[in-house]
Design a protein around this ligand. Structure first.
Ligand SMILES: Cc1cc2nc3c(=O)[nH]c(=O)nc-3n(C[C@H](O)[C@H](O)[C@H](O)COP(=O)(O)OP(=O)(O)OC[C@H]3O[C@@H](n4cnc5c(N)ncnc54)[C@H](O)[C@@H]3O)c2cc1C
Length: 508
């Protein structure tokens, strides 16, 4: 095949570069296609990205990575969902203000032929169930009980179904994947890319470097982070700005010492102009405050984070990060694809950065080109990636839109901002039917939407018509049974911290 892609050059060695390298190396025949990754020693990586979503689990399995080895080397812990604290009215108004977004289905996927949500809603409307929808989630219960999703020796239904994710040390993860990829044949170059000349057709000819001269390839992958050196600086693809929908454009980040508790979930606490994360790793706790520079200054945000974490201000020096919210107009242009922050950035509220990288490289394999770079492939790839970004954007905006906080201009402005049209129509349809108009959701599905919408008190006008066919006593018994089974399973699983410590124990 004279037209086949024989070599790929990945520029950038952050999480995007190394996930891309590891994945392509795993699925492309090295005898036919070589992979080189060039990264700068002088330009650092963003160094954040510590919470993940369930698709990372099959990715690691596909790469042949043993989970315990990964947990040890990446200082990782289990993540069963996110707990949003003070997002609804703010704790100061109602006392406890917590909304769960647990992973996995809630209850069995179908009970009496219906998702549990509709039976729960019918009972709620009838005043016979005062539980929250997420009280039926096994993952949320495990979270509340600080339990791990498996024991040292045995899997559970959570791990068997892959309905969980991890917290990980972002730098350790990139290093881990780089060792793996280099060991499996990826060529690694440390150098600075200084220029990206184009040929007469507007394709990248090569990238110029300081010490290694010209590096040429059939296909280039831009993983240079917010710099977007190839796709934007060289190929001039426009950035689509979404700051009208997502106001947070800065972050202050500060690692904390390891805490006593090791909850198997991410905490996202609403603050005055954004929210703060707390991510338990095995050797430290990740923390940071994502905020909108329109509503709070950098210094005030740093002070707010320090106060929130309880750190001594004399010992705390949060690092500042600028964020560019939005996506590429085209993720793939001519002989160059962008993956990672160069492709787009949606704030980390639902921990989707690494997922969008994974999606970008999986879709590349589905659309793998030859050197003709057929336009149909490129258009299809760009449309599918665009839809992935939009689905994630809408889900994140939902959290802000439904807030009922009255204590700051930031929260009021979020409530009053016009949502994307796609989200507005999803909410309308949900309001009328209790169903979603989502087509082909790939990451977040109905239980995720129901958890967030109902958590904020936004319930549909009515439940599904089929629910009235189900005998009330039978449905109540089925729902009660879900809680009984969840509790029995949770009690049989070990403490999360104890499991992580056992996995990391030198005696193993
Ligand atoms: C505040 C914040 C919190 C986040 N939290 C999460 C989270 O919880 N979960 C999640 O999934 N995602 C999260 N993300 C997103 C996640 O961090 C990124 O998606 C991920 O790290 C990928 O980054 P990257 O590899 O694209 O870019 P970077 O890490 O910035 O890497 C860029 C690479 O390009 C190289 N480079 C740049 N210029 C040159 C040059 N001239 N020559 C050679 N090399 C060059 C650099 O050396 C570096 O290796 C978060 C992002 C931010 C900003």
């Amino acid at each position: 095949m004279t037209d086949s892609i024989k070599n790929i050059l990945i520029v950038g060695g952050g999480s995007a570069g190394w996930i891309t390298a590891a994945f392509l190396n795993r699925f492309l025949d090295p005898a036919r296609c070589s992979i080189t990754l060039v990264e700068s020693e002088t330009v650092g990586t963003i160094g954040v990205g510590e919470a993940t979503v369930p698709p990372l689990v099959p990715l690691l399995r596909m790469l042949g990575i043993a989970e315990d080895d990964f947990l040890r080397q990446c200082h990782a812990t289990y993540k069963l969902g996110i707990k949003f604290i003070d997002w609804n009215r703010g704790g100061q108004v109602d006392g406890k203000d917590e909304i769960w977004h647990p992973f996995g289905s809630i209850g069995a996927p179908l009970i009496e032929n219906l998702p549990l949500f509709h039976l729960w809603l019918r009972d709620k409307r009838a005043g016979v169930d005062d539980s929250r929808y997420t009280d039926y989630s096994l993952q949320a219960l495990l979270g509340e009980m600080d339990r791990a999703p498996r024991s040292m020796k045995e899997e559970s239904i959570v791990t068997q179904q892959g309905a969980y994710a991890y917290h990980l040390d972002a730098r350790a993860f990139a290093d881990y994947l780089s060792r793996l990829s280099i060991g499996r044949g990826v060529r690694h170059i440390t150098d600075d890319v200084t220029a990206v000349p184009l040929d007469a057709r507007g394709f990248i000819r090569y990238v110029d470097t300081v010490d290694h001269g010209k590096l040429g390839a059939d296909l280039y992958i831009d993983c240079t982070g917010f710099a977007a050196l190839l796709i934007e600086k060289a190929l001039a693809d426009p950035h689509v700005d979404w700051s009208n929908h997502l106001f947070c454009d800065r972050a202050v980040v500060m690692p904390l010492p390891r805490e006593g508790a090791m909850p198997p979930y991410t905490q996202a606490t609403a603050l005055s102009a954004g929210w703060a994360w707390k991510i338990p790793l095995s050797h430290r706790t990740g923390s940071g405050y994502v905020y909108s520079s329109r509503f709070v200054s950098d210094d005030a945000a740093a002070r707010e984070l320090i106060a929130h974490t309880g750190m001594n201000p004399d010992d705390a020096a949060p690092a500042k990060i600028h964020m560019k919210v939005g996506r590429r107009s085209n993720f793939w242009v001519k002989n160059c694809l962008s993956i990672g922050l160069s492709a787009g950035f949606l704030e980390p509220l639902e921990s989707t950065g690494l997922f969008l990288i994974q999606k970008g490289v999986e879709l590349l394999l589905d659309h793998f080109p030859d050197t003709q770079f057929n336009g149909t492939l490129i258009r299809s790839y760009n449309a599918q990636m665009g839809s992935e970004y939009e689905q994630v954007r809408d889900f994140i905006v939902l959290h802000y839109l439904l807030n009922r906080r009255e204590d700051s201009e930031f929260w009021k402005a979020n409530r009053e901002a016009a949502p994307p049209g796609s989200l507005a129509s999803t909410l309308d349809f949900y309001q009328e039917t209790g169903l979603l108009d989502w087509s082909n959701p790939t990451l977040f599905r109905e239980p995720s939407f129901y958890a967030i919408a109902s958590g904020f008190g936004r319930l549909p006008r009515t439940y599904h018509a089929m629910a009235d066919q189900v005998d009330v006593a039978k449905s109540r018994a089925s729902l009660a049974q879900v809680k009984v089974k969840n509790l029995a399973l949770a009690r049989s699983l070990p403490d999360h911290r104890a499991l992580i410590e056992a996995i990391n124990s030198p005696r193993r």
